[in-house]
Design a protein around this ligand. Sequence first.
Ligand code: HEM
Length: 197
Amino acid sequence: MTSPEIPRKLPSQAIAAKIFHAGNIISLFIMITSGLQIYNANPVFGGRGGLTIFPLFTLGGWLAGGRHWHFAAMWLFSLNLFCYGIYIVVTQRWKNRFVSDKDIKALQKTQNHQRLNYAWHRIIYTAIIPILLLAIFTGIGMYKPAQFSWIVDIFGSWQALRIVHFASVPIVVVFVWFHWRLGQNVGGNALTKSMFW
Ligand code: HEM
């Protein structure tokens, strides 16, 4: 993932894209840290006395505090994602913003590092969207298990549902790392900054 040449002229980002991006970062940060607080109350891995998360990475102080944060931020997180969905349809951004067959072909054929970084970057930021939708889906199953018992049924057991929901944490953490590194490789600091300012 080295970057031999970084383009000098970078596209300026749409203000709406920056707002959705910031909304994602803030809400995901709260969802992860409050979720880990909830997890600590009764770890899905090992039960009480099982594998707990260092308090520095948790939010809420105790189970009820964590749940309050989690259930407040879930609105911010899901409405932000929902509005982003409308935005990419209305602006037709979905047509060229996400991974395409050209990226897959590039992975198979090109030796150009810049093109490979670009293709990988498009793959991972496209792939995170279904993961986030899965977090919402499994979260709804845990939030209203009586009304959405069919969601629990899909996963076979409450334990499996919890594990799939929990899995969004390591996936998002790993995603953030690669998103940042590949963004740097594709467009350097200027590209990263353009997404924020
Ligand atoms: C809008 C979507 C979401 C909803 C509706 C939701 C809902 C829930 C619910 C109901 C619980 C269990 C609370 C309890 O037992 O008291 C939970 C736990 C948890 N959530 Fe979410 N959540 C959502 C998104 C996320 C996201 C995006 C993440 C992280 C990326 C996340 C991470 C966690 C974690 C780590 C736990 C603890 C899992 C466990 O030990 O059972 N959640 N969530």
